[in-house]
Design a protein around this ligand. Structure first.
Ligand code: GDP
Length: 139
C-alpha cells in the first residue's frame, strides 16, 4: 500500500443511526477513493487490541465496549496527503469542537460516539489497514 492511504471506521452509533451512506458520500466528495471495505462487528478483545495504544486512558474500557457494541464499516481510502486531509474532513475528536460541515460535526453524538475513526499518521494507517485487511482485499 502506498503512503497516500488512511484507515477509517464508521463507528457503531453512526451505523445504528443510518449514516453509512451519508458518511461514505462525504468521503468520496472529499476526493478519496475506496481501496478496501468491510462491514463487521469487532469482539471486545479485538477492539482492545486495536485501541491498545489507549490502554492507560480512563475511557479505554468504555471505548472498547462501545466499539464492540454493534457493526462497523472499516475501510482503506486513498488520496494525496490522505492522513492529514482525512483528519480535516472528519473534524476534531470532540464534535463540540469540530468545524461546521465536518463528518463528526454532522454525525457524531458524543466525544466517544464521534461517528468515525481516522488514522493519525502514515505509519498507523498501514498498521490499522493491516489489522483489518489482507493484501488480497486491498485494490
Ligand atoms: P481521534 O484520533 O480523534 O480518534 O482521538 P483519540 O485517538 O484521542 O481517541 C480515540 C477515540 O477515543 C476517539 O475517537 C473517541 O471515540 C474516544 N475518546 C477520546 N477521548 C475521549 C474521552 O475523553 N472520553 C471518551 N469516553 N472517549 C474518548
Amino acid at each position: 500500500m502506498s503512503g497516500n492511504i488512511t484507515f477509517t471506521m464508521i463507528k457503531p452509533k453512526a451505523v445504528e443511526n443510518g449514516h453509512i451512506g451519508n458518511i461514505l458520500a462525504k468521503v468520496i466528495e472529499g476526493g478519496f477513493t475506496i481501496k478496501a471495505m468491510k462491514y463487521l462487528r469487532l469482539t471486545k478483545e479485538q477492539a482492545m487490541e486495536f485501541y491498545a495504544v489507549h490502554k492507560e486512558r480512563p475511557f479505554y474500557n468504555d471505548l472498547t465496549e462501545f466499539m464492540s457494541s454493534g457493526p462497523i464499516v472499516a475501510a482503506v481510502i486513498e488520496k494525496e496527503n490522505a492522513v492529514e486531509d482525512y483528519r480535516k474532513l472528519i473534524g476534531a475528536t470532540n464534535p463540540a469542537d469540530a468545524v461546521e460541515g465536518t463528518i463528526r460535526k454532522l454525525y457524531a453524538t458524543s466525544i466517544e460516539a464521534n461517528a468515525v475513526h481516522g488514522s493519525d499518521s502514515d505509519e498507523n494507517a498501514q498498521i490499522e489497514a493491516g489489522f483489518f485487511f489482507s493484501k488480497l482485499e486491498v485494490f
